[in-house]
Design a protein around this ligand. Structure first.
Ligand SMILES: *[C@@H]1O[C@H](CO)[C@@H](O)[C@H](O)[C@H]1NC(C)=O
Length: 232
């Protein structure tokens, strides 16, 4: 009930991302709490992996205007929020859907007891979303321009977001028959190259054009043909 009321005001609430940076102590803690709330919405909504993936996409699409805002601080907040929500989603994927229960505070106890093992006898609540439900082509196109952002914090988080998306997608089953157009070996190579870029991006000596070039080339390897076809 409380959650559905909140969802009703979801868009209005995200408007806080547009607040100015001052007074910084108040605004920063508000933004932090808002990001925690987004993670909680993801954890408490949906009964199985599939509906959680839908919820994830809903949240991410609502964040798009901030991710691409002209104000630097809004882009920073948008990207940090996307990253946090994705980390939560990845934890759900690796902990097993449903295993964490409806409330995040119960998760540790429940994961200890159950976990994703013996999945054949598990109810549908444990069903993983498939890779196709992430709309990877669309999502990567939302974050790729940020990898060449003028702000270095935005650039770094954007590359982390893209690496996380592929980290998650490689752990998910693929639905379409074109599953075999993903070469796993080169995918893992491209993903670890993305992670390497994240670790060096802050160095002053790093050529930003070269960094962007490497990100694009990893993305080209990681996206399947049908994901690229779906971008337009
Ligand atoms: C994804 O990230 C987790 C945690 O860092 C790691 O254990 C896992 O191996 C990664 N998966 C891939 C496919 O790189």
């Amino acid at each position: 009930m409380i959650l559905s009321c909140f969802m009703f005001h979801f868009q209005a609430t995200l408007g806080f991302f547009a607040l100015p940076t001052e007074p910084s102590n108040i605004v920063e803690s508000l933004i932090t709490n808002l990001i925690i709330l987004l993670g909680a919405i993801l954890l408490t909504s949906g009964e199985d992996g599939r509906s959680r993936a839908e919820q994830l996409l809903h949240i991410l699409r609502q964040l798009d205007p901030y991710v691409s805002a002209s104000a630097e601080h809004q882009r920073r907040r948008g990207c940090v929020a996307v990253h946090e929500v994705l980390v939560k989603f990845r934890n759900l994927c690796s902990g097993g859907f449903g295993a964490s229960g409806s409330y995040p505070t119960l998760s540790l106890k429940h994961i200890d007891q159950g976990g994703p093992r013996g999945s054949s006898s598990l109810p549908s609540a444990f069903v993983l979303p498939n890779r196709d439900s992430l709309s990877l082509g669309e999502r990567i196109m939302a974050y790729l321009p940020r990898c060449a952002d003028t702000d270095d914090e935005v650039r770094k988080v954007a590359i982390q977001i893209i690496a996380l998306f592929f980290n998650i997608s490689l752990s998910l089953p693929k639905q379409k028959t074109s599953a075999n157009d993903i070469d796993l070996e080169s995918s893992y190579g491209a993903l670890s190259s993305l992670e390497d870029i994240v670790s060096i991006i802050r160095r002053a000596s790093v050529d930003q054009i070269e960094v962007f070039h490497r990100v694009v080339s990893s993305v080209c390897t990681l996206l399947s043909k049908d994901e690229v076809d779906n971008i337009s």
